[in-house]
Write a protein that binds this ligand. Structure first.
Ligand SMILES: [Zn+2]
Length: 396
């Protein structure tokens, strides 16, 4: 049976294909090429950035029949078995479900026997921080004096929960969140492989939504491809996933700037009737304001905004200042925090929109003080007759 090609089934096959982890790749490459192989590796970092994939790749790199290499052949029986997950010499253990000391004792006994058909016997322990203390202690004995053919590769999202005694005996690698531009590049590669057309801003949106996790990006991408009919666009994403369109946000913002409460509230009603949830509305609005704030502060990188600057309503920049946007964003974020306790989230959102329609008149205390200071200074330097009433006081 042939699987449908999807992005989330894509796995890097060698270290050179691993994205966004340049430091990890360079160090491992160096270690493999110089033959200085550690007996315990510890891969830490956020979820979905390639730790477990890297562990499997490293296992392949070390056990490929063609010799240890950062580009394992991928066709020898060792490479194939590791890829399928059924190599006798590469044992994957989920730390989350094998937390006890007995599981580790088994490893302690097993390591006495060398690998079957490979150079190394490799234990990949995922979520290693889940192991119990006694399990860690049992493990420690083994990694202190491992037989020369044993290699441990630990992976964890919570490095601080791994005892220092274990950490200090491992070569440590800190995996990072993958940059947005890099994720977008990966997605555009997948689009090419699948012959799917795409709009730049649509891929940007997916990349941004995945917040640095390649795995999340691929999962979301697959979902979006399934309804995109061969062409991924932001409009389709927004429609199918129930998000607010950029045009609607711009329109709303223009109404608010012009103090048009009635039109703002009607537009809000239209958007909510269209299937956008109150919560989603707040999230999209917060993101929109955050982007405006960035532009006010001179940050215009498309990879940070997800859009080019010209997609944002110019009336916002002409009529408001950054402090007013800060205030609006704060109001929106506060509402997001409070909404879960609300008896009627929709009413609260309507109240917020009504309040935001006075955004032009919003002045924060600091600006007010500065303005007062300026006025005071002007009065101080102005000639006396400029202040009506003062003359009268003197006469009396
Ligand atoms: Zn091979």
């Amino acid at each position: 049976m042939e699987f449908e090609v999807t992005a989330s089934r894509k796995r890097p096959q060698s270290l050179v294909e691993l994205s966004g982890q340049d430091f990890v790749v360079a160090t491992l490459k160096n270690s493999i090429e110089s033959g200085r192989i550690a007996h315990a590796y510890l891969f830490s970092g956020p979820r979905g950035v390639g730790k477990t994939s890297s562990a499997r790749i490293l296992a392949r790199s070390l056990n490929c029949e063609e010799g240890a290499s950062i580009t394992p052949c991928g066709v020898c029986s060792n490479c194939k078995e590791i890829a399928r997950g059924n190599s006798m010499d590469v044992i994957e253990i989920d730390g989350a479900s094998n937390t006890g000391v007995n599981d580790i004792r088994e490893i302690k006994d097993e390591v006495l026997f060398g690998p079957g058909s490979s150079r190394y016997k490799i234990y990949i322990i995922d979520e290693v921080h889940m192991l119990s203390n006694s399990a860690f202690n049992a493990l420690l004995k083994t990694i202190e004096e491992p037989p020369p053919y044993i290699i441990f590769i630990f992976a964890t999202t919570e490095i601080h929960k791994v005892p220092a005694t274990i950490r200090s005996r491992c070569q440590q690698f800190n995996f990072r969140l993958v940059e947005l531009g890099e994720i977008k590049r990966l997605l555009s590669n997948v689009c090419e492989e699948l012959s799917v057309k795409y709009d730049e801003d649509a891929l940007f949106w997916i990349a941004r939504e995945s917040t640095g996790s390649v795995r999340d990006a691929y999962t979301l991408f697959d979902q979006i491809v399934s309804f995109s009919e061969g062409h991924i666009t932001l409009d389709k994403i927004r429609e199918k996933l129930g998000l607010i369109g950029m045009d609607q946000l711009n329109e709303l913002m223009s109404f608010l700037v012009e103090e048009k409460q009635d039109e703002s509230l009607e537009l809000l009603d239209g958007i909510l009737s269209g299937g956008v949830s109150v919560e989603q509305f707040i999230i999209d609005m917060a993101e929109y304001l955050r982007n405006i704030l960035f532009i006010f502060h001179g940050v215009k990188k498309e990879s940070l905004l997800g859009y080019t600057e010209d997609r944002f309503s110019s009336s916002v920049f002409e009529n408001l200042n950054s402090r007013q946007i800060e205030w609006a964003l704060e109001e929106v974020i506060t509402l997001f925090r409070n909404i879960r306790y609300s008896l009627n989230p929709r009413f609260e959102l309507e109240l917020l929109i009504s309040r935001l329609s006075s955004i032009r008149y919003h002045i924060d205390p600091k600006a007010l003080l500065e303005e007062l200071g300026r006025m005071k200074a002007q009065l101080g330097t102005a000639p006396m007759q400029a202040i009506p009433g003062e003359d009268l006081k003197k006469k009396n």
